[in-house]
Ligand binder design. Structure first.
Ligand code: SRM
Ligand code: SF4
Length: 574
């Protein structure tokens, strides 16, 4: 769809209503009208079709097996045990019997058919969770560090993120009218949109809050990032990061991933104004002619960082203070139990690419249902909750010490400890996007390929004594980069079925982009390319030196050649 038609659809949508009600009511097809396929994204859903059976359906002269993905808005990925039980029931009743934790701490349901969309949305809302603005040219789900160690400051950061998520919601009743049968009132369809205006943003917009020393949210991959600065254990404020993004298009040098720039420090009470200033700057200066160049990262590169910072300061009515020092150690998750400041315990469980389903070997959906039931009697009130991580894993948080054994037993019984038994640290930290069969943009497998690929890498790593080396691997089925592959030490980026670009040289802290190492190669070539590099790394690495850092020091890879790629985060805080 052209940029102009998307812009027209937005402005003519009557504040995101379009003809969605008619599209949903049409019994002849499982699809929506084309313009409504754009608009439903703002309601948190995508029209898809099952690509595994696309050709077969075409042969049978049937329309594609249309189905919908629904994504939640769950700032910081927090849900109570009671909510978990409801979401689990929805996945079983309306979806494909799986819950999928995304790289932005949301749940995705896949496989919902059109005539069940409304009841599914209602069921999600009955769990006091909405899906408004989970997709579309607006601010998306806000990421928050899942690091439970800093619990008091962490809770404050979570509260700011939730407040910001609410603050940046589109101001429309469309969602409530269409899905929840709210009555239309005078002015419906003409609501004021003070932040977004009638055409919303030029493109999607993403915000993340990191709490050093862990950069699990990959703050530098967000359009807008806040790095919590803790002084004497208290939240002093945030370093502001702008202009991160991953998406690119193969063979199009005008598009590229970018790490965000650290531009200053703000006090907590300035946060909403500053975020509004950043969002409205992108609204007014973002490229509305070329959708591929519409993300905030390009707005910054096209207009210059100094101009954008000046816009932010004048719109927010503040002067940014100099950025304060921070240090990230890694961008992964810590598995197992850790104790929080208040003596409660948090268990991080590894999930395979965030997919929670029942298999004969590991009935994980059932297992988490049982765990939720155990927590539920006191649940929300007692502070016990689930927290999705931006690495597609799950934290069972706020558990009193006398409950740990019971939860461990349930986890073991249902194969939720399978991740701990993975042969390599690389496999335990790996991330993969959904890709086939649901993603309409996938060029190659990702989630379904991850276990095979890590199994094939294991003997190579073992041979060189690297089984415990925490190397960051990410796989994406196309260059859009939903697993944030360009920040990984090793990344596979899909080009065609079974073919990937091999990217190397990110760091473990999510601060440096990797570089194309081999283009469009198949698995045997990928393994053959990595094996000698593992051998050299094993022999030549310095103490604690990461694989990506080693590749740079030894000259195997250099920084990527993107036109405006500035390693400002790295320079400031190496
Ligand atoms: Fe993504 C589009 C899945 C995180 C960059 N992404 C899609 C769609 C909706 C495909 C489509 O447009 O038809 C995928 C649906 C697949 C499916 O069947 O479920 C999809 N993205 C995902 C998820 C589920 C990946 C996962 O395995 O967890 C993540 C959902 C996040 C959420 O809960 O909100 C997801 N996507 C990301 C990230 C990572 C992040 O935000 O931290 C990125 C890179 C960061 C960024 O935005 O720059 C990302 N997704 C994209 C892009 C490229 C955007 C661009 O600037 O060019 C697209 C394509 C687009 O927007 O045109 C895309
Ligand atoms: Fe789909 Fe590409 Fe995103 Fe993977 S990276 S989910 S293939 S859009």
């Amino acid at each position: 769809m052209t940029t102009h038609s998307v812009e027209d659809i937005k402005s003519e949508s009557k504040r995101l209503r379009g003809s969605l009600l008619d599209s949903l009511a049409d019994p002849v097809t499982g699809a929506l009208r084309e313009s409504d396929q754009t608009l439903i994204k703002y309601h948190g859903s995508y029209q898809q079709d099952d690509r595994d059976i696309r050709d077969e359906r075409r042969r049978q002269k049937l329309e594609p097996a249309y189905q919908f993905m629904i994504r939640t808005r769950t700032p910081g990925g927090v849900v109570t045990p009671e909510q978990w039980l409801k979401l689990d029931a929805i996945a079983t009743r309306h979806g494909n019997h799986s819950l999928r934790i995304t790289t932005r701490q949301a749940f995705q349901f896949h496989g919902v058919i059109k005539r069940e969309l409304k009841s599914t949305m209602q069921a999600i809302n009955a769990a006091l969770i909405d899906t408004l603005a989970a997709c579309g040219d607006v601010n998306r789900n806000v990421l928050v560090a899942a690091n439970p160690l800093e619990s008091r400051a962490h809770a404050e950061v979570q509260a700011w993120a939730a407040k910001l998520s609410e603050h940046l919601l589109p101001n429309t009743r469309a969602y409530y009218e269409i899905w929840l049968d709210e009555e239309r009132v005078a002015g419906s369809g003409e609501e004021e949109e003070p932040i977004y205006g009638a055409t919303y943003l030029p493109r999607k917009f993403k915000i993340g809050f990191a709490v050093p020393p862990v950069n699990d949210v990959d703050v530098f991959a967000n359009d807008l990032g806040f790095i919590a600065i803790l002084e004497d254990g208290r939240l002093a404020g945030f370093d502001l990061v702008i202009g991160g993004g991953m998406g690119a298009t193969h063979g199009d040098a005008e598009t590229y991933p970018r790490v965000g720039n650290v531009v200053g420090f703000v006090m907590p009470e300035q946060l909403l104004d500053v975020a509004t200033a950043v969002v409205t700057t992108q609204r007014d200066f973002g490229n509305r002619d070329v959708r591929k160049r519409a993300r905030f990262k390009y707005t910054i590169d096209d207009h210059g960082l100094a101009f954008i910072v000046q816009q932010i300061e004048s719109r927010a009515g503040i002067v940014l203070q100099p950025a304060r020092a921070f240090r990230f150690e890694h961008n992964g998750d810590r598995y197992g139990w850790v104790e929080g400041e208040d003596g409660r315990w948090h268990l991080t469980l590894h999930l395979f690419a965030g997919r929670i389903a029942d298999t004969a070997a590991a009935p994980q959906l059932t297992g988490l249902r049982e765990i939720a039931r155990t927590l539920a009697p006191e649940g929300g009130a007692s502070g016990q909750h689930f927290r999705m991580t931006a690495n597609q894993n799950l934290v069972i948080a706020g558990v009193p010490s006398d409950r740990r054994d019971a939860i461990d037993a349930l986890a073991r019984q249902h194969g939720l400890d399978a991740g701990e038994r993975l042969a390599t640290a690389l496999a335990r930290a790996a991330v993969a996007c959904v890709a086939l069969p649901t993603c309409g943009l996938a060029m190659a497998e990702a989630e379904r390929y991850l276990p095979d690929f890590t199994t094939k890498l294991a003997p190579l790593l073992d041979r060189h004594g690297l089984g415990d080396a925490p190397i960051v691997l990410r796989i994406s089925g196309c260059p859009n980069g939903c697993s944030r592959p360009y920040l990984a030490e090793i990344a596979l980026v899909g080009k065609a079925p079974g073919r990937y670009n091999l990217m190397l040289g990110g760091d473990r802290r999510g601060q440096r982009l990797n570089t194309l190492y081999r283009e469009n190669i198949t698995e045997p070539d990928i393994l053959a390319a990595l094996d000698p590099l593992f051998e050299r790394y094993a022999a030549e690495r310095e103490a604690d030196e990461g694989f990506g850092d080693y590749l740079h020091r030894s000259g195997v890879v250099a920084l990527p050649p993107y036109p405006t790629h500035r390693q400002i985060a790295l320079e400031l805080h190496a």
